[in-house]
Design a protein around this ligand. Structure first.
Ligand SMILES: Cc1ncc(C[n+]2csc(CCOP(=O)(O)OP(=O)(O)O)c2C)c(N)n1
Length: 284
């Protein structure tokens, strides 16, 4: 179980990831804010607590691997990596510009700490399967973590990979679906309803759980339970809201990709700074 201090530290990390992401997106002028925001707490738990990574040596062989299968949400991953020290925070201001190390979608050839190139939805979970199987062949015990989008689950490749992971008993693979119920231009229900996603993964042979994706303690507990599994892969369905933690995005009917002005950045950063102060006071 996480201590109160750990929860505070991870909530503060989440707020810092949000601030750095909004700054990067407003410097670029626009971007995939909705899905970047909804997975922030999971990034905070992974990069702030769970994952064995070394910013000084991003290619260390025994590191845990991370696949951002919903690769368009790169900006909040970059913010988490920068805050962990993989590269200077200043780089966030080059998001999606020519010659940047931080393209809109994740690219392993450009960004320290990014293990897999993603953006074509549906493919990341296959990469994660390969990573987990590769660890076994190499006699390495690292974990592979992977975040999928709920809209992404409309891709047939996700289900082919899900069968493969169960067939090969990939118990060092822990995947998440960011179940924010929205995709690019509408709700998941309207575009292609997923039904009972937890049951579906269970039927595919996975150990599946559902947690509040904005509660760091629940995410952490889910990961600990998943790490206790042997002989089957794990899925953690994150109940989230698209745009969470950015009032401007939350207020839009569709917040997948939005323009973000400097005025909006200022309002959001001031609000997040107030939240940070309140969190710190609450623990004093
Ligand atoms: C194969 C493929 N088809 C279409 C797209 C365009 N696209 C980018 S994001 C997106 C919606 C993704 O929705 P979801 O997976 O729910 O992500 P989130 O809401 O978490 O951002 C689409 C259709 C793509 N990147 N790849």
């Amino acid at each position: 179980m996480l201590s109160k201090d750990e929860i505070l530290r991870l909530n503060l990390f989440s707020a810092e990831i949000r601030k750095a992401t909004i700054h990067a997106l407003s410097t670029a002028g626009s971007g995939h804010i909705g899905g970047a925001m909804s997975m922030v707490e999971t990034l905070a738990v992974l990069y702030g607590k769970v994952m064995n990574v070394d910013p000084q040596n991003p290619h260390r062989k025994d590191r845990d691997r991370f696949v951002l299968s919903k690769g368009h949400s790169g900006p909040s991953l970059y913010a988490a990596l920068a805050l962990r020290g993989f590269f200077p925070l200043k780089e966030l201001e080059t998001l999606n510009q020519g010659d940047t190390i931080l393209p809109s979608h994740a690219d392993r050839n450009k960004t320290p700490g990014v293990d897999f190139s993603t953006g074509s939805l549906g493919q990341g979970i296959s990469m994660a399967a390969g990573s987990a199987l590769g660890a076994r062949y190499m006699g390495n015990s690292y974990y592979t973590y992977c975040i999928l989008g709920d809209g992404e689950c409309d891709e047939g490749q996700v289900w082919e990979a899900a069968l493969f992971c169960a067939q090969h008993k990939l118990d060092h693979l822990i995947a998440f679906v960011d179940y924010n119920q929205q995709q690019l231009d509408g709700s998941v229900e309207e575009v292609c309803h997923l039904g009972d996603l937890r049951l579906k993964f269970e039927q595919f042979g996975w150990y599946a759980q559902e947690v509040d994706g904005h509660e760091v303690s629940q995410i952490y507990e889910g990961i600990r339970k998943a790490q206790g599994q042997t002989g089957r892969p794990s899925m953690i369905i994150l109940r989230t809201q698209k745009g969470w933690g950015c009032e401007y995005a939350l207020a839009q009917p569709i917040c997948h990709h939005l323009p973000i002005s400097k005025e909006i950045e200022q309002q959001e950063i001031e609000r997040l700074d107030r939240e940070i102060e309140e969190m710190k006071r609450g623990m004093a």
